[in-house]
Structure formats: structure tokens, C-alpha cells
Design a protein around this ligand. Structure first.
Ligand SMILES: Cc1ncc(COP(=O)(O)O)c(C=O)c1O
Length: 455
């Protein structure tokens, strides 16, 4: 591929020219979305109810009409085979009947009581069976689960700090919105307290020496990580022995260890914790666990749970741990989670999505090989994706070196114009349990056509 090579080896001028053409086609074919967006701009900043609905995409917002199974339909009548699945939160596919029935029943019987329902016991037990941790608490999303896990860890250890790996994403709250910039800790976005970096440490993924040094002062309450980092720059897989080393150093320094399975739960019941026989003190989940009905959860060992069961609060001398929310663990979320885990995210359903994920990865690898590009295709059960270098990156810094944002943005809009809704730029396409061979074929055909045009 001629001209000045970008970080991926593709000519940036060619990418820019195709992007301009595809953006124009995208806008021209979606007049109704444009009209609604225009009305939205007079009542909502950026014209959308939540800023990511504008900033996650590099084209004007698409307004959705409806979705079912693996297919999303916009208000202009275009249908898409969906591989973004709402950033993995619709891994169940859209509108699975058992969840529709359970949620309808529960809304009819009362959406909320601020009292528990029996479903919560079933859901906690099933999460325990899947993830191997016996005791669970619930929030409304993974962000809330990670927030509470940190509070629990601070209360239990009496230590102030938390540690994450570079390239992570665990939600939008102060403790995690700190990143490494040229080796320095900096606030990731605006609106955070000026001392937000005071209690958060970030070290490179797969760097056990850096981790050992960071935990040596024994002032870190908890390390939270995805078992494999799935956000921001594609996929970072752990080196052989990384998780053993992580568990060893956290144990030696009295630091708690939590795995965030919010995304990686798609690899099978129990996520990577179960697949890789990991031994965390806590696990957090969210997104698809209740088929997109808001629910976050965290599981813990009895030793950790003890801090939540201590007498406390206004009748005792010790404050209770700062957890809870009016809608957390509500009956609708619980009914949805029960239906999801008992009837939708079954072993067979996971196996189906994995077969399609492999097929997608095989197809991508073949197209890349034909193009002659020195790119790497990864296989991550139902998910796949590309690294624009000859080997998989091991750290976020390595991944950033070859990550080609303009090319990924072009891919997204190019595929959208051909009826395929690709993963957001920093992620990889995931086959939901409702996806089909035809969906995978559509993805590969559109990607193949783009590669031909880039050639
Ligand atoms: C690993 C991980 N944890 C937590 C979250 C936060 O999820 P939510 O925005 O649903 O709270 C995300 C969202 O992308 C995530 O990828």
C-alpha cells in the first residue's frame, strides 16, 4: 500500500480520502437522524442524552428505531448486523424473549420496593457458581460495582491507594480516571479534583517488576484489572505467568485483588476467572449480565464480606462502608438477570458465539494475509479484532505505537454504510449469542471490500 505509511502501514492520504467519501455517504443516507439530532441540539448539549453517544463515534449520531436479535435498525430504515452490541452490553442479542417476559411480569408486579425479592438470592447463587466467589452485592452498573469494591477494600485494609494497569477502563469515577503520560500520573479528563492522582497508581500491564515496586510500601488497598485488557487500544493479553505473579505479589503485600469481568464475561460462564482458574478476592461484572437492563454486581470471599457485615452505621461507634443506592439490586434488574443467566447466556449460547468469533477471526486473518499487511488478528472467543503490527502488543504503550485511529474510524463508517455496525474504535467486533453466519459474512465482505480499496 503506497504513499506515506501511517502507523498501520496504510497510506494516511488514502484513508483520509476514503473517509471523506464514506462520511458524505453516511450523512446523505440518514436525513431523519439528522433531523432528530437537530431538534436534540436545542434541548441537550451535543444533541444527545449522554455525551458518549456523540463522542464515541466519529460521525453524526445515528438515532435508533429498534433492534432484535443481532440486528439494529435506524430511523432512516437501515439495518445493521451489530458487532458493537452496545460496547458488549447486549451480548445477549436484542429482546431475548425470556427477558422480555420476566421484565414485563416484574414491571406489572412493581418495579421497585426498596425491599429484596427472591430472584436476588437465585442471581447471587448463580454468579457464585459461575465465578467461584460465594457472596455478592448489586449496583446499577459496573462503574458502581468498581466504586464499591474500592470502598470495601479501603475499609478492610485501612489503606488509601488503588492500583490499575495502563490502558485500563473501569468506569467513570474519580479513582480510575488517572492515566500515565510519559511516565507521570495525570488526570484523564476535566472536572476531576486537582489531587485526583494522589491515591491512584498506574503501572504498565504485564510488568511484574513495576507492580512489585508500586506495592512495596503496603499502602495500596486493592489492584483492579481486567484479566485481559479489552478497552482503548484493542486487546492486551497477559503474559504466561502474569496472573500468578500478580496474585503472589498482592498476597505478599496484603493487597486485595479484583478482576473486572464486565467485558470478559462474554468468554463463557464465569468469564476468564473461571477459564484461567484465577483466584481473586473480588470480581465485578455488569453490562450484559442482565441483558442490558441496568445491573452491576461484585462477588467476594467471606473474608472480604466481613467488613460489610460488621455492626456499624448510626447505632454503633464505627461508620458503615459507604455503599448502596435506592435502585441498586432492584426487582426488575434481578428478574432480568435471572432470565438472562437461566435461559439466554447458556453453555450452548456461549459455544455458538465462540464458533462465530473464531469464524470472524479466521476470515479477518485471511483478508489481512491476502492484503500483504503485517497485521495481527486475535482470537478472543466471541470477539476478534486487529492489531496493526506484526505481533500482539503486551502493553498499552506498545499498542499505541501501531494503533491507527484514522483507519479504525474509516473502518467503522465504511462498514456502517454496508450494513455492519462495527465495534467502537478502541475495541474489537464481538459476536453476540444472537449473531449468525450471515452476520459474520456481512462483516467479512465489507472489510474485504475496504481492504481492496486501500490496496
Ligand atoms: C472493563 C469495564 N469495567 C467497567 C466498565 C463500566 O461499565 P458501565 O459504564 O456500564 O458502568 C466498562 C465499560 O466499558 C468496562 O469496559
Amino acid at each position: 500500500m503506497g504513499g506515506d505509511a501511517g502507523s498501520s502501514g496504510v497510506d494516511p492520504a488514502r484513508v483520509a480520502a476514503l473517509k471523506e467519501r464514506e462520511d458524505a455517504a453516511f450523512v446523505a443516507a440518514r436525513p431523519r437522524s439528522a433531523q432528530i439530532w437537530s431538534a436534540g441540539r436545542s434541548v441537550m448539549p451535543n444533541g444527545v442524552p449522554m455525551s458518549w453517544l456523540r463522542t464515541s463515534y466519529d460521525h453524526p449520531p445515528l438515532f435508533v428505531d429498534s433492534a432484535s436479535g443481532s440486528r439494529l435498525r435506524d430511523v432512516d430504515g437501515h439495518e445493521y448486523a451489530d458487532f458493537n452490541i452496545a460496547d458488549m452490553s447486549m451480548f445477549t442479542g436484542y429482546g431475548p424473549q425470556p427477558v422480555v417476559d420476566a421484565v414485563s411480569r416484574q414491571v406489572g408486579a412493581g418495579s421497585q420496593y426498596l425491599l429484596p425479592t427472591e430472584d436476588s438470592v437465585w442471581v447471587a447463587a448463580e454468579l457464585g457458581r459461575r465465578y467461584g466467589l460465594p457472596l455478592w452485592q448489586f449496583t446499577l452498573a459496573a462503574t458502581g460495582a468498581n466504586t464499591e469494591v474500592i470502598r470495601v477494600a479501603r475499609a478492610l485494609t485501612g489503606r488509601p491507594k488503588v492500583l490499575f494497569f495502563d490502558g485500563k477502563y473501569h468506569g467513570h469515577f474519580d479513582d480510575v480516571l488517572v492515566e500515565l503520560e510519559d511516565g507521570r500520573l495525570v488526570a484523564e479528563e476535566a472536572g476531576l479534583p486537582h489531587d485526583v492522582t494522589a491515591r491512584t497508581l498506574v503501572v504498565p500491564f504485564n510488568d511484574l517488576d513495576a507492580l512489585e515496586r508500586a506495592l512495596a510500601d503496603r499502602d495500596v488497598a486493592i489492584v483492579i484489572t481486567e484479566p485481559a485488557l479489552t478497552n482503548n487500544v484493542g486487546l492486551l493479553l497477559p503474559d504466561d505467568g502474569f496472573h500468578d505473579g500478580l496474585r503472589d505479589v498482592t498476597r505478599r503485600t496484603g493487597t486485595l485483588l479484583a478482576y473486572d469481568e464486565t467485558h470478559t464475561q462474554v468468554v463463557g460462564p464465569g468469564g476468564l476467572t473461571r477459564r484461567w482458574r484465577l483466584q481473586p478476592d473480588l470480581v465485578t461484572v455488569g453490562k450484559s449480565i442482565a441483558a442490558g437492563i441496568p445491573l452491576g454486581a461484585y462477588g467476594m470471599t467471606p473474608d472480604v464480606a466481613e467488613v460489610l457485615q460488621r455492626p456499624g452505621g448510626r447505632d454503633a461507634d464505627k461508620p458503615q462502608v459507604a455503599v448502596g443506592g435506592t435502585l441498586f439490586g432492584n426487582p426488575v434488574s434481578m428478574a432480568a438477570a435471572r432470565a438472562t443467566m437461566s435461559e439466554v447466556l447458556t453453555d450452548d449460547a456461549y459455544a455458538h458465539s465462540q464458533r462465530l468469533g473464531t469464524r470472524l477471526a479466521d476470515g479477518l486473518a485471511q483478508i489481512v494475509a491476502t492484503s500483504g499487511m503485517a497485521w495481527t488478528t486475535h482470537r478472543f472467543w466471541p470477539r476478534s479484532g486487529l492489531s496493526f503490527g506484526p505481533v500482539m502488543p503486551r502493553t498499552a504503550a506498545e499498542a499505541t505505537e501501531t494503533f491507527d485511529v484514522p483507519l479504525r474510524r474509516l473502518m467503522r463508517v465504511y462498514l456502517a454504510n454496508r450494513g455492519v455496525w462495527d465495534a467502537i474504535v478502541g475495541a474489537g467486533p464481538t459476536c453476540s449469542v444472537a449473531a449468525s453466519d450471515e452476520d459474520v459474512d456481512a462483516y467479512l465482505a465489507a472489510f474485504g471490500s475496504l481492504m481492496t480499496e486501500l490496496g
